[in-house]
Design a protein around this ligand. Structure first.
Ligand code: HEM
Length: 244
């Protein structure tokens, strides 16, 4: 067992995942939707549709995680208390859409493809679930706080955090420490190199599914008639500034 020290072998799954998704991570950061979001140029209707996409995605992922929670390939990564997001997203959607939120939302085509893939691997090849959990949860723990601040300011949401529960990991006190724990758990999975490579390839796919959803949101944004809100900057200012 290697949990008594933090190893950094290039053959560690965590290292392979970080290296193997570096390029697609940069691509994801550079999609129009993500760039607009980071600038605080996000319309509320589009932000809500983003939350809907996340709701379907996490509901699928967490369903498959529950199904596989005792599978040796996933059990060490089972942290429902700390990570699971679908309930927080449900509360966010209730805040945005009101009590009838469940009948007011629907799953978009790009989200449906992502959801279908998650169910397929959860049922047929659960070791690949690691790739999907990694792509979303590690990302949320990394950029989440910045995105939360941007959204709060851009959408003028209450400081109480309503509508933004997705970004708030109540049970994770140190995202940095938790990510280290998660990496070491991934590295302790008993998987051979061939399987590790399959997991990395699936993580790249997971990023691509996310990008397809972003691109779809971007397209939907073009047809939504609403004023672009800036990030709560003075009205004469030139858009958002996430450096504050
Ligand atoms: C890690 C920023 C979008 C998934 C990180 C880290 C930063 C970052 C700074 C490194 C944190 C660290 O070293 O501990 C951003 C920014 C984004 C963005 C500015 C644009 C808004 C995304 C997206 C995804 C994603 C769209 C996938 C859906 C990840 C993952 C990691 C990560 C999986 C962990 C990498 C690893 O340590 O193995 N991100 N990210 N990120 N991000 Fe992003």
């Amino acid at each position: 067992m290697s949990h008594t020290f933090i190893s950094h072998s290039p053959e560690d799954l965590s290292e392979l995942l970080a290296a193997g998704t570096k390029e697609v991570h940069e691509k994801a950061e550079n999609t129009q939707f993500v760039k607009d979001f980071l600038r605080g140029q996000i319309r509320k209707e589009l932000f809500k549709l983003g939350a809907v996409a996340l709701y379907y995605t996490y509901t699928a992922m967490e369903e498959e995680i529950e199904r596989n929670k005792e599978h040796p390939y996933f059990a060490p990564l089972y942290f429902p208390q700390e990570l699971h997001r679908h309930e927080a997203l449900g509360r966010d959607l209730e805040y945005f859409y009101g009590p009838s939120w469940q009948s007011d939302i629907s799953c978009s085509p790009a989200t449906q493809l992502y959801v279908d893939r998650i169910h397929q691997i959860g049922e047929e090849d659960p070791v690949l679930l690691v790739a999907h959990a990694y792509t979303r949860y590690m990302g949320d723990l990394s950029g989440g706080q910045v995105l939360k601040k941007v959204a709060q300011r851009a959408l003028k949401l209450p400081p109480t955090g309503e509508g933004l529960e997705f970004y708030q990991f109540e049970a994770v006190h140190s995202p940095k420490a938790f990510k280290q724990l998660y990496r070491s758990r991934m590295n302790e999975l008993e998987v051979d190199m061939e399987t590790k490579k399959k997991i990395v390839a699936e993580a790249v796919k997971a990023f691509q599914f996310n990008m397809e959803v972003f691109n779809e949101l971007d397209e939907m944004g073009k047809s939504i008639q609403e004023e672009v809100l800036d990030a709560g900057m003075p009205v004469h200012g030139a858009g958002g500034d996430i450096s504050k």
